[in-house]
Design a protein around this ligand. Structure first.
Ligand code: ZN
Ligand code: ZN
Ligand code: FE
Length: 710
């Protein structure tokens, strides 16, 4: 008998903690009549199994194939070891391994099983706002240290009652080792009753709601006055608000994105029944389904769509601590719906869009970060991103962990939040960087942070648009020469001018600029991104557009012609100029507003284009200018079509088939979809961002990729 028994030591790497992996291994081993044990470590999940050859084979096969829904198995290694002769299979204590690390599952939306219990009057967790199990619930927003065990989470403040403890210890229970397990008797509680919160919302008031990764602000999305009140108090005049609803109008692909465990905000076509002020002037609404039990209860009681936006003032980081929230949101919210489960880390809602045949991330945060992205050969490194929509990336052992969106590094609060989050990632994944990468711009806060991390050494300074293109190369694992199309706001170029409409040829860590928009003056520097009419002046518009003070316009027109203003080849600023020319937008109140409005204005049915090269941006502007008086919807469409044509011709001219599209302008659905289509039709192979944003939120991944190639 003993002769055909074998014992294997098995290590499983991947996202295998906090996803019910050990109980799964336990059940699997028992089903195959194997003895041995399984345990978590700060590194891989470690298993020893002993039994007959066919049983061991079956076990190994199903270990990957049958893994729980939130698990992602990356590698399974097994090697024979001496028999131990044990008779049972056990789950052992977690073990701390020096210097190893473990990907952590991101937070996951309440699962179907928990939902059933939540609304079942006979269940002991009926209407309990913190119900969860190993297949759902908070993860990274409650984890303070690894390994993922209850004492390392903010749930350590709550001692499980006997019923919860029994579930926690029963390997056949759905809550076996579910670290945030809790119930009415032992778990977190709300600060006020749900009824009070719902009454406030019904009365048109603003509710501050303690969510998973921070506070959210909610109000009735159908009420014009409630939305207006929130806008005014939050000092956010027109940037679109996300909406939480149980009945979105969406395509099958969009429903898949809406229902995914990350439950992101999905940008959908305009939804019926919402107040105009939710997304002024735009043809899209950002929509999400409820993703916590508290959301489900709130939505069921309220019975309609709610604006659900980050709990912050303007561009500050999302509020996390209760006292911080009371202080900073006190003047915005009428009522606070809080609870006593602390939030370990800030995670805003993620934003995605289904576009050009893929789900593309626009903001990567809750539910998506820190799921790893594979990089070929990544030594331990840190990349610090840019200035707007800053994210960092830490990488080691061929895996990159892109940190969550924290916002623009303009104010001290955001910089602090970024640093706090970066330190947590370095600690959690045991990254002692041997390389540090940052943007070429010397004045970004992220550059200074990188200089600090590099200590005696120098960080690798990666040109902004090179990093954009590299983010696509990294995501898709592209090899060899790539033609990069970076259509973007602004980034410092190798020649000291401001770039942003570039064709680059990238290979390994090298990058060559082969074509670009003709540089135009940037009269007023950064102010041009806000006051788009300045760019119209730079492009040669001779008279002030309606709504712009003629005297100021004249001053800026002279400045543009003086040779004193810096120069830019930015595509984002070209959009601003055309939006101003066509009277679509003169002043943007949020980044990219003019471009978003210009996209929304463009008639989808118009196919006409003006044949210009990429460097003939001035000619295109003049041509559109001479046709003023024609419908704006037509001219806006002609502008988009002409750009697509210019991009395809510029790519063709490189002689390289593999094309990477990135940069903030590719958040424009029409531009991205038309470019992908036209490049394919031209026989080229286009790629664009999916897992990380095309905007500066994806930049740190590109920097990390370049640094790993050096
Ligand atoms: Zn569940
Ligand atoms: Zn309990
Ligand atoms: Fe950029």
């Amino acid at each position: 008998m003993i002769a055909d028994r074998r014992r294997l030591a098995v290590t499983v790497r991947g996202t295998v903690q906090g996803v019910g992996f050990r109980p799964f291994v336990y059940r699997l081993a028992r089903a195959h009549k194997l003895s041995g044990w399984v345990r978590n470590s700060t590194g891989p999940v470690e298993i020893e199994v002993e039994g007959g050859e066919p049983e061991l084979d079956g076990f190994l096969r199903e270990l990957e194939a049958e893994a729980p829904p939130l698990a992602h198995v990356r590698t399974v290694d097994s090697s024979p070891i001496p028999l131990a002769g044990d008779t049972d299979f056990m789950i052992q204590q977690s073990r701390h391994r020096q210097d190893d690390f473990q990907p952590v599952a991101p937070d996951a939306a309440t699962c179907e099983d928990c939902l059933k219990e939540l609304f079942d009057p006979r269940d002991r967790r009926f209407r309990y706002p913190f119900i969860n199990c190993t297949n759902c619930g908070p993860r990274f927003t409650v984890i303070e240290a690894l390994p993922y065990d209850r004492p390392n989470t903010t749930m350590r403040h709550f001692t499980m009652c006997r019923d919860c403890q029994r579930e926690y210890e029963d390997p056949l229970d759905r809550r076996f080792h579910a670290q945030p397990n809790a119930c009415w008797a032992c778990g977190p509680r709300l600060s006020i009753s749900l009824e009070e919160a719902v009454a406030a919302l019904q009365g048109g008031l603003v509710l501050a709601l303690k969510g998973l990764g921070g506070y959210q602000l909610a109000c009735d999305a159908r009420s014009k006055s409630a939305v207006a009140r929130l806008r005014q108090r939050k000092r956010r005049p027109s940037k679109p608000f996300a909406v939480m609803t149980t009945e979105p109008v969406a395509s099958a692909e969009e429903w898949t994105a809406l229902r995914s465990a990350a439950r992101p905000v999905v940008l959908l076509g305009a939804q019926p029944g919402l107040a105009e002020g939710v997304a002024p002037g735009l043809a899209e609404h950002g929509v999400m389904l409820p993703y916590t039990p508290l959301h489900h209860l709130l939505m069921a009681e309220f019975g309609g769509p709610l604006v659900m936006t980050s709990g912050n003032l303007s561009e500050e980081p999302i509020c996390r601590d209760d006292s911080e929230a009371r202080e900073r949101l006190g003047a915005i919210a009428d009522v606070f719906l809080a609870h006593d489960r602390p939030i370990a880390a800030r995670y805003d809602d993620s934003v995605v869009r289904v576009c050009g045949g893929a789900t593309r991330v626009i903001r990567r945060a809750r539910g998506l970060a820190p799921a790893p992205i594979e990089l070929p050969l990544a030594p331990p490194l840190v990349a610090t991103g840019a200035h707007l929509k800053a994210t960092f990336t830490v990488a080691r052992d061929g895996q990159a962990f892109v940190g969550p969106h924290v916002g623009d590094l303009d104010d001290l609060l955001t910089v602090r939040s970024y640093q706090e989050s970066l330190a947590a990632y370095e600690r959690m994944f045991h990254v002692l960087p041997t390389r540090v990468a940052c943007d070429l711009h010397p004045d970004y806060a992220s550059t200074r942070i990188a200089e600090g991390l590099a200590g005696e050494g120098e960080p690798l300074r990666v040109q902004h648009h090179h990093a954009h293109v590299a983010s696509v190369i990294a995501e898709h694992g592209l090899h060899g020469a790539t033609a990069g199309v970076a259509l973007d706001g602004v980034g410092l170029g190798h020649d000291g001018t401001v770039w942003g409409g570039e064709i680059l040829v990238c290979e390994g860590s090298l990058c060559r600029r082969v074509a670009h928009l003709e540089p135009v003056p940037l009269p007023g520097g950064d102010l041009c991104a806000r006051e788009g009419w300045r760019m119209a002046a730079a492009y040669g518009l001779s008279e002030a557009p309606a709504g712009v003070d003629p005297a100021r316009f004249e001053v800026i027109r002279r400045l543009a012609g003086s040779g004193q203003a810096p120069l830019t080849s930015s595509m984002g600023r070209f959009f601003d100029a055309v939006a101003s020319l066509l009277g679509v937008c003169q002043v943007s109140t949020y980044e990219g507003e003019a471009a978003a409005l210009l996209e929304a204005a463009a008639d989808p049915g118009v196919t006409e284009l003006i044949e210009v090269g990429l460097a003939e941006n001035r000619r295109l502007f003049a041509a559109l200018s001479s046709r003023r008086g024609e419908p704006v919807s037509r001219l806006a469409a002609v502008f988009h079509n002409s750009l697509v044509h210019a991009v395809v011709e510029a790519c063709r001219a490189t002689g390289i088939r593999q094309v990477a599209l990135s940069g903030g302008c590719f958040q424009n659905r029409r531009l991205l979809e038309s470019c992908l289509e036209a490049l394919l039709a031209a026989g080229l192979r286009p790629y664009a961002n999916e897992q990380v944003p095309a905007n500066d939120g994806g930049l740190s991944l590109g920097q990390a990729w370049v640094a790993s190639c050096v």
